[in-house]
Design a protein around this ligand. Sequence first.
Ligand code: ADP
Ligand code: MG
Length: 465
Amino acid sequence: MALKENDKRFWEQVKLLAEKNLKKATYDYFVTQAHLISVTGDKVKILVDSEMHKDWWRNQSDLINTAAMMVYGGPVDYNLFSSNELSDTEYKELNQISASSINTENGAITDSNVPYPFPSNLMPRYTFENFIVGKPNQLAIAAAQAVADTQTFGSTYNPLFIWGGSGLGKTHILHAIGNEYSKKNRHAHVLYVSAETFVNDYVNTFNRKKMDRDTFINKYRNLDLLLVDDIQFFNNQEGSINEFFSTFNALWDNGKQIVIVSDRPYSELTNLQERLISRFSQGLPIDVHTPDFETRLAILMDKATRLNLDFPDDTLAYIAGQVTSNVRELEGVLNQVEFTAKQQNVATVDISVAEKVIEARKVRNDGFKRTNLTINKVKDEVAKYYHLPLTDLTGPKRVKEIANARQVAMYLIRELLGTSLPAIGNEFGKRDHTTVMYAVRQVTDKMKNDSDIQRDVDNLRRKLE
Ligand code: ADP
Ligand code: MG
């Protein structure tokens, strides 16, 4: 049953009130993803993104009923659904709903003659601006930015294939490309999907007939930019892979941009056919590496500033030293430290607060560095590497070679163990914390230009991690 004018006004009102009263991030995350399915008497059905979104919407009765009072003159009784709970008619109906909402709300009639009535699924909170670029991800970002900046498609990077481990920002980059591209090309057709969603759409269209074939083709072939996440989860359900191959070719042949994200290089995607892999190999494969200490610290500092957190620098450095291989975990620790500090009314969030949080999380998570590393182990390895007696490393001698090794040792202790500057000073013949700070900066700076020191630090880090 199609929505009546009144119902559309009601939903408009819900969104207006939400936009006025909620934080932008909350609005973007929960409200833009939701759709009104139907209104029958005082029964309202709303489509939301996931179970988590349901929880949030359950608490929004004030919002919904204020809008209902304004439009219908009385409260409503609303129920929440996710897309797999919809009936066939509702599923088909929904595409028309998004069509009309796109056309009336922001006049986004596309440049091409065919209107594109599907939501892009882009998350506005993932942008290039809030992505920290460091050595490990700078190539990926450069390629991503180039793709987002291209005006005429058929870029040399087609498809752009981004791969890397979990929690390294791949999904973030994918959305950032879409957001940036949409901003520059207001009428472009952009779609973000996970491989899983593609398969679901395929099955719903061709096997369960919930979506008609034209709708499916319209959704996937009438695009300027297709962003596919987590291609490793593509399960070849009932021919969906053939459809993906055709979609890919149709877009590619027309010079439309495709970006694929995977958790492994394409040569290891055993779930896909050889002919698709060979298409991927025509584009640009780029991997995102685990962030180094500098990048991790920069990410933490940026997030802390955005969240208005007042953490001492050495607490942040400590977290950056402990959580080594997953940015999602890095964010998780930061949030939990903030929460714990608030709960316990801690005035200064020093390393000990972070230490407790990290210990507790380590039990159930990965992303942390191995625990058996100690300051003495770092000292030993560095001394051995530079063929120096340990006493020289920690002693007062200022000979260039020794001073250099000492600085590297201090740098590595700071990076790998996150030990505070004064504590490191103590370990090296009671040197002042400013000496340690200077050492860490020296090594950081030198690593930018001096390939010898770069190699030394890399070799040592590998021995120790
Ligand atoms: P992946 O898709 O690789 O598993 P995500 O893109 O979901 O990882 O990233 C996990 C979290 O870490 C997200 O909240 C993302 O915003 C954040 N993140 C990852 N890398 C960076 C970065 N370099 N700068 C800022 N935030 C980052
Ligand atoms: Mg992801």
